[in-house]
Design a protein around this ligand. Structure first.
Ligand SMILES: NC(=O)c1ccc[n+]([C@@H]2O[C@H](COP(=O)([O-])OP(=O)(O)OC[C@H]3O[C@@H](n4cnc5c(N)ncnc54)[C@H](O)[C@@H]3O)[C@@H](O)[C@H]2O)c1
Length: 250
């Protein structure tokens, strides 16, 4: 397959290696300095685009891919308030888009079990729940897109939580939960040097604590998942989330 990379940062570079190991050809690499090469003509050389840039550039990159009618796989997070309008445009124009807050197989298994666990915990209301996420200090968005997906999975399945609130906490501090209502789910975000991504769901009671945790050792799992997504979606039409690719039956 011919693949175009939008964003050649930490993720773009690993995706290039994994894609070429899987015998794909990188036909276009766009980063901040060569955006003038992002033309419909150049995009049309690709069977699929993989986009890992910034929340501020993802929407215009989507428009370029829609215009060139080339399938786009999006890893960038921090833009999900625009999902409804992007979905509508994608379906109206018969384009192809797949997005994921997290492409790793392990995290997608975690998402699935998190939903099952939240449903089970309806029977045990003396446990309160919160979500913690830790990422490297260059991360632009908080909470992480992955933490939002985890929180949504809990809110959809646990009757006691209605929405989520985020507290970005300096290393070593405790989050102040003074203003958090009982029906709000706290997502506490920590930013610590060079952590690729750690997410924990914590059910705490007076007698014990249950912690359900995913720790990424490196970024390779995200990159492999993005390449698998490009392979899966390149000959499809429509608007997809990565859950449809993994299909655990939820
Ligand atoms: N979905 C997932 O599985 C997953 C995993 C890791 C990271 N991410 C997300 O992916 C995004 C990128 O992560 P990263 O760690 O590679 O960040 P990074 O900062 O290392 O790389 C981003 C790159 O995008 C480039 N860029 C900025 N504006 C651009 C534009 N208009 N066109 C093309 N390139 C542009 C920057 O110069 C930089 O090289 C972030 O939003 C991050 O949260 C998602």
């Amino acid at each position: 397959m011919n693949i175009a990379l939008l964003g050649y940062g930490k993720m773009g570079k690993i995706i290039e290696k994994i894609a070429t190991d899987r015998k794909h050809t990188i036909v276009l690499k766009i980063d901040y300095d060569n955006q003038h090469e992002l033309t419909v003509e150049n995009l049309k050389k690709a069977d699929a685009v993989i986009e890992f840039t910034t929340p501020g550039s993802v929407l215009s990159n989507i428009q370029h891919c829609f215009e060139a009618n080339v399938p786009i796989v999006i890893g960038t997070t921090g833009w999900y308030e625009h999902l409804p309008e992007v979905k509508q445009q994608c379906l109206q124009n018969n384009n192809t888009l797949l997005y994921a807050s997290n492409f790793s197989v392990g995290v997608n298994i975690f998402f699935y079990v998190n939903r099952v666990l939240a449903k089970l915990m309806n029977n045990y209301p003396y446990y309160d729940v919160q979500v913690e996420e830790i990422h490297h200090t260059q991360k632009l968005d908080a909470p992480s897109g992955t933490a939002i997906t985890i929180a949504e999975g809990i809110i959809e399945n646990l009757d006691t939580k209605k929405d989520w609130v985020n507290v970005l906490t300096a290393d070593g501090d405790d989050a102040s939960d003074d203003n958090i209502k009982n029906d709000q789910l706290l997502i506490e975000s920590f930013r610590i040097n060079s952590v690729p991504g750690t997410h924990t769901v914590i059910y705490d009671s007076e007698v014990d604590v249950i912690e359900f945790k995913h720790t990424a050792h490196n970024r390779n799992g995200f990159a492999l998942g993005a390449v698998l997504a490009a392979e899966w979606v390149h000959d499809k039409k429509g608007f997809f989330s990565v859950e449809e690719m993994f299909d655990f039956g939820t």
